[in-house]
Write a protein that binds this ligand. Structure first.
Ligand code: FES
Ligand code: FES
Length: 159
């Protein structure tokens, strides 16, 4: 079958990109293969693990479940847009401090999910943390260290 291409314009981490994309390409593959932003991970590629999580128009999304053409006009933040001036974000620092990064495969998506969680709940309860991170699977840490890191980052961000 003949491939169909369409033009899209997206803003990723405050940079505008104009590209022709195959209409069948996922936003995840567009981010990783076209923009070469490899921090967003590809794991299940089926909407089940959260490794591919990005923030699109202020909402958490699984980028494997969205076509790149559906992101036309969107503003997207990936893990590469989280650290500023070569300084890790407090969420990243807290995850490292609490030993909540092991293989690290879930970490980019987890960081973005924690960022949205703490925007909504600056001082989250255990239940809010668990509910907020329910879409992000970690196969290594057992989540206890991640929950501690969320509370630590929340305290830092609250000042
Ligand atoms: S890679 Fe997208 S949800 Fe698993
Ligand atoms: S640190 Fe390995 S999957 Fe979370």
């Amino acid at each position: 079958m003949e491939e169909v291409f369409k033009p899209i314009c997206v803003e990723v981490n405050d940079v505008s990109y104009h590209r022709m994309v195959k209409t069948s390409v996922s936003l995840l593959d567009f981010i990783r293969e076209e923009l070469k932003l490899k921090g967003t991970k590809k794991s299940c590629d089926n909407g089940e693990c959260g490794a591919c999580t990005v923030i699109m128009n202020d909402e958490l999304v699984y980028s494997c479940q969205i076509l790149a053409v559906q992101a036309n006009g969107a503003k997207i933040t990936t893990i590469e847009g989280i650290a500023t001036n070569a300084k890790l974000h407090p969420i990243q620092e807290a995850l490292i401090d609490e030993g909540a990064v092991q293989c690290g495969f879930c970490t980019p998506g987890m960081v973005l999910a924690i960022k949205k969680l703490l925007e909504e709940y600056p001082n989250p309860t255990d239940e809010q943390i668990r509910y907020g991170l329910a879409g992000n699977v970690c196969r290594c840490t057992g989540y206890v260290a991640i929950e501690k890191a969320v509370k630590k980052a929340a305290a830092v961000l609250r000042g």
